[in-house]
Design a protein around this ligand. Structure first.
Ligand code: DAH
Length: 339
């Protein structure tokens, strides 16, 4: 009998109960009327007198040990059930909150849609570029200040590899790899080595346009830009083109639209002039066409480039450029209904 008791000591060390049923099964097996302990108690009567003391003490120890083990398992289970009860099953379910589209994406999509309706397709470019596509093929002179360390981020140890400073770099890729007629827009992120403030950032977004075919004229450019301005800012919007300079276009111009915040009367946004500059444009310089493998005697083209942050500001009057990249949910939520 001593041996049987010792085996039971071993057995109960490993008892577990992961739910109330299992616990009850243990109780029935060991502690109930017909359980093991009671059965042993009954058999105890038959134990020879000289062994009674030893077996009796051991049997009592076993009984206590099983009871203790049972209590411990019970307590453990009660704790778990309490944890489960922490879940408030009466709480109503609610739909998951969806994210909102970023204001720059909203405006970019709007611009893309307008040009897509005019037959432009989207060209993709890379942000880490080589000097050729950003500057040389775009007719920038060797000593042009835009190549300067002040403006351009260089990839260390590779003076030829840079972060693109404008999306005009996509122009040369497209011209090198496709034949006219070419009619593309290229939206994307660009980088400039600027101190970050409310009005400047070291990265921002542009959208480039390029159209090359036979007999493309400045009038075509003007017409497309007028249509864009009126689609984007309303039919009453006026445009004006001012002569300007870009290495990759000749002639070049900057385009203003009548300030859509004050309707052209003059306000702090347009600095009282009634006009706001929104893009640069011009006829693709024949040098650029030739550098990119297009016969400039046969083809002409126009190009334009605009800042997406600027257009977004005109639409939504965001005063601090940094808001666009901070991902503050309170700011982003303002555009929930503009999606
Ligand atoms: N790349 C110019 C910039 O970053 C913008 C620009 C001006 C693009 C004139 C053009 C253009 O395609 O014709 O400021």
């Amino acid at each position: 009998m001593i041996e049987q008791i010792n085996n039971l000591f071993e057995e109960i060390k490993n008892l577990t109960a992961s739910n109330a049923e299992e616990l009850e099964a243990l109780r029935l097996k060991y502690l109930s009327k017909k359980g093991i302990i009671n059965t042993l108690m009954a058999q105890f009567r038959e134990v020879p007198a000289e062994q009674k003391r030893e077996v009796g003490v051991r049997l009592n120890e076993l009984k206590n040990a099983i009871q203790e083990q049972f209590n411990a398992l019970k307590e453990n289970l009660a704790g778990k059930e309490e944890e489960l009860c922490d879940i408030d099953l009466t709480r109503t379910s609610y739909p998951t909150r969806l994210g909102t589209r970023h204001p720059l994406s909203i405006v970019k999509n709007e611009i893309v849609d307008i040009f897509a309706r005019l037959g432009f397709s989207i060209a993709d470019g890379v942000e880490v570029e080589d000097d050729w596509h950003v500057f040389s093929s775009m007719n920038f002179a060797e000593d042009h200040p835009a190549r300067d360390m002040q403006d351009t981020f260089f990839v260390e140890a590779h003076p030829d590899i840079i972060l693109r400073t404008h999306t005009s770099s996509v122009q040369s890729h497209v011209m090198e790899t496709s034949k006219p007629p070419i009619r593309i827009i290229a939206p994307g992120r660009v980088y400039r080595n600027e101190a970050i403030s409310y009005r400047a950032h070291c990265f921002f977004h542009q959208l480039e346009g390029l159209y090359i075919d036979k007999n493309v004229s400045f009038t075509d450019l003007k017409q497309v830009l007028l249509l864009f301005a009126q689609e984007m800012f309303g039919t009453g919007t006026k445009i004006r083109l001012r002569p300007s300079y870009f290495p990759f276009t000749e002639p070049s111009a900057e385009m203003d639209i009548s300030c859509n915040i004050c309707g052209g009367k003059g306000c702090p946004f347009c600095k009282g002039t009634g006009w706001v500059e929104i893009l640069g444009c011009g006829m693709v310089d024949p040098n650029v066409l030739e550098l990119c493998g297009i016969d400039s005697k046969e083809y002409t083209g126009y190009a334009f480039g605009m800042g997406i942050e600027r257009i977004t500001n005109l639409k939504y009057q965001v005063k601090d450029l940094r808001l666009f990249s901070e991902n503050d949910v309170r700011f982003l939520k303002l555009f929930e209904s503009a999606n």
